[in-house]
Design a protein around this ligand. Structure first.
Ligand SMILES: *Cc1c(COP(=O)(O)O)cnc(C)c1O
Length: 376
């Protein structure tokens, strides 16, 4: 059996043809594929507006800026996530405040969240871990009561639904990643979605240096055909037409990829019934497209051995994630162990198994059999 990565892209001939077509066209960047991709992506996310950016981290950074989060503010975030979810608060001079998770669903625990809101809280970064969506109605209610901006980190949850609704139907902003391990890919890529026209305008401006060529937005008089204005301090966070063409082609496959992921998850679930381990449970509201399949061993003293043994069998196991605040950089900022006990416990027991749309049945069986043999 060849090495089985935990996550990888599925690229087919029509994806390659879509990219080749752009390479032969007049635009490699800031061309027509960008708007076309944004429109299609907004529909898939359930939002009115989509702003394509260079990666999911840029999407989070711009969401923080567009929300007006800055110096002295606090952003609530789960520690069981990729560092970018909380780094975006640091980028703008704000303080990430970590909120513990529910140990069944591995999603933000609402009681812990409520207890960590202060008068400085400005935003919630709700991480839809593993493709399960957070309790959005409760989050939107808390955000509404406190005047907070709700930002969903949807890097894992493209296609997932909450009570039958897509994440983009909610207030605030949603950030997405199109890295090759995610459900669809553009190589590198990200998107911010929102239903708020003013936020969409800010995001577009910030994506491209804070510069606009749109006459209707000019603050000063138009001095001629060459004229453009820089109105805020933005970045070059653009996505290319090459990437957007790949994204358009990949979006058409989202349903098929989601269905395959669901089959694999169902198979793992069946195979692991009765073993001394826990898997991520779906909350009652959830219709997930799962990004990760994680097991947590009852006997945490065996995690390293199980991980190493699976790796030795050519299985691309991983661990998602060491709680962000335990990383050296964060510890140096003053964060310490004990802050979120459920997240720390989940980390110590966890092994992430391969899950991607390109996995063959034999590979799924091989992984499941290897886990059973080791853990039974
Ligand atoms: C992948 C990921 C990101 C960052 O996305 P990039 O496109 O790699 O910058 C952010 N948050 C989470 C939860 C992720 O998994």
């Amino acid at each position: 059996m060849d090495y089985i990565p935990y996550g990888t892209q599925v690229i087919e001939e029509d994806d390659i043809a879509a990219v080749a077509e752009v390479l032969r066209s007049g635009y490699l960047t800031t061309g027509p594929k960008v708007a076309e991709f944004e429109e299609a992506f907004a529909a898939s996310a359930g939002a009115k507006y989509a702003v394509a950016v260079s990666n999911g981290t840029a999407a989070l950074h711009l969401a923080m800026l567009a929300a007006g989060v800055g110096e002295g503010d606090e952003a609530l975030v789960s520690p069981l996530t990729f560092a970018a979810s909380s780094n975006c608060a640091l980028y703008v001079g704000a303080k990430p405040v970590f909120v513990d998770i529910d140990s069944d669903t591995l999603l933000t625990d609402m009681e812990s969240l409520r207890s960590r809101v202060t008068e400085n809280t400005r935003a919630i970064v709700a991480v839809n871990y593993g493709g399960e969506v957070c309790d959005l109605d409760t989050l939107a209610e808390i955000a509404g009561e406190r005047g907070l901006t709700l930002i969903q980190d949807c890097a894992h949850s493209l296609g997932s639904k909450y009570k039958g609704k897509l994440s983009g139907m909610y207030s605030g902003m949603q950030t997405w990643s199109l890295h090759p391990v995610k459900t669809i890919t553009t190589g590198e890529g990200g998107v911010v979605t929102t239903n708020d026209e003013a936020l969409a305008g800010k995001l577009r401006l910030l994506r491209t240096h804070g510069i606009t060529r749109d006459e209707s937005l000019f603050e000063d008089a138009n001095e001629g055909g060459w004229y453009y204005e820089m109105q805020s301090l933005g970045y070059n966070y653009r996505m290319t037409d090459i990437q957007c063409a790949l994204g358009l082609s990949q979006l058409k496959k989202l349903e098929r990829f989601a269905a395959r992921r669901a089959e694999i998850v169902a198979r793992y679930d069946r195979e692991f019934e009765g073993l001394p381990l826990r898997t991520q449970l779906s909350p009652s509201w959830s219709e997930p497209v799962r990004h990760l399949y994680t097991i947590r061993l009852d006997d945490k003293s065996r995690r390293r051995e199980v991980f190493d043994a699976l790796k030795a069998k050519g299985i691309g196991v991983n661990v998602h994630y060491k709680p962000v605040y335990l990383m050296p950089y964060y510890r140096n900022l003053g964060y310490a162990a004990g802050l979120c006990p459920n997240a720390e416990d989940a980390y110590e027991r966890m092994v992430t198994l391969p899950l991607h749309a390109g996995m063959a049945d034999e590979q799924v069986e091989y992984v499941a059999g290897a886990v059973r043999d080791l853990v039974e």
